[in-house]
Design a protein around this ligand. Structure first.
Ligand code: AKB
Length: 316
């Protein structure tokens, strides 16, 4: 039985990944860590937790030893738009956390999941059906830290046998914990505003296509890549994974099927717009499909039905 450490358990993905992992591996085998943001009661009351600053390698090591950890899900990151407001902080948090996870798991030759992102690509990357192996010259500090994290993970696998794996996540849409500081956040906010005010002002222009995925598929992807048979993996790390690609007009049209009076207008944020334009319109995730059976369940229509129902119940 594995003992798993989830770093960043209070965040958008972590707050849903912890209960998902506890269902699979048992409550006491999944340790949820947090730093400044307290954990929701559903997490802190159901299993072990630890307060830890992930940029402090020694305090991470103490937690790893205490709970006999053999796998880490490393979910701490300053996202793309927030990173541009404070590049040194973004670099420090994103890189030191990834480095500490890999370095600490060297001794036990454990496993580390670190998500990369569509943010690892840049303006010179082919933008449609972006291949798995292609040009990667990102123009954000977040993207640069993601490319460096991908390379670091490969390095620790080759040099020290750390079982470092990951995927390149697109924008993740969810209804439990809000994302914060990302370029793709609009695709979450739009559902909340559609329910609350039947109106949303997009900070990205019409025609800005980005890859997206609903949270249940993101959770499945994270666990499936960590459980995949290593003999079948040609790539071990940073697989392109996607479920859908849309622009603000297309997601608004999907919402309008359920809320006909919904209105979309625009107030473009130049920082987010420039970031979005440097990212793929759509990724080719055929390597993930071929090597470990990746197949998302949700498309825009099924996700929209579920999001509107869950957000409406939450806001009641
Ligand atoms: C962001 O927008 O920064 C993130 C991402 C796609 O990595 N959601």
């Amino acid at each position: 039985m594995k003992n798993i450490l989830v770093i960043g358990a209070a965040g958008q993905i972590g707050s849903e990944l912890v209960p998902y992992l506890r269902k699979i591996y048992g409550d006491n085998h999944v340790i949820a860590t947090f730093n400044r943001t307290p954990l929701p009661a559903e997490i802190s009351e159901a299993g072990p937790t630890a307060q830890m600053n992930a940029t402090d390698g020694n305090s991470m090591y103490q937690v790893i030893k205490k709970y006999n950890i053999d796998a880490i899900y490393n979910l701490v990151a300053v996202l793309s738009a927030k990173g541009e407001a404070n590049p040194p902080l973004s670099w420090k948090i994103n890189m030191e956390t990834t480095f500490n996870c890999l370095e600490n798991m060297k001794e036990v030759k454990g496993a580390v999941f670190t998500p990369s992102s569509i943010g690892a690509f840049g303006l010179t990357t082919p933008q449609d059906q972006t291949p798995q192996d292609t040009i990667m010259r990102p123009s954000t500090i977040y993207g640069i830290s993601k490319v460096a994290g991908e390379l670091l993970a490969d390095y620790y696998h080759l040099k020290y046998g750390v079982d470092a794996r990951g995927v390149r996540f697109p924008g993740i849409i969810s209804n439990v914990t809000m994302p914060g500081g990302g370029t793709t956040d609009y695709a979450v906010e739009i559902y909340y505003e559609a329910i609350k005010n039947q109106k949303y002002t997009s900070n990205l222009k019409a025609g800005t296509f980005l890859d997206m995925m609903y949270m249940p598929d993101a959770l499945a992807a994270a666990v499936q890549i960590m459980e995949a048979d290593p003999a079948k993996l040609i790539h071990r790390n940073c697989f392109n994974v996607t479920a859908m690609s849309f622009d603000p007009e297309i997601i608004a049209a999907a919402i309008r099927k359920h809320i006909p009076e919904f209105v979309l207008d625009y107030n473009v944020d130049p920082v987010k717009q420039a970031i979005a334009e440097s990212w793929p319109n759509s990724m080719d995730d055929s390597c993930a499909r071929a090597e470990w059976g990746w197949k998302p369940e949700y498309n825009l229509e099924t996700m929209t039905i579920d999001m509107l129902e869950k957000v409406a119940a939450k806001l009641k």
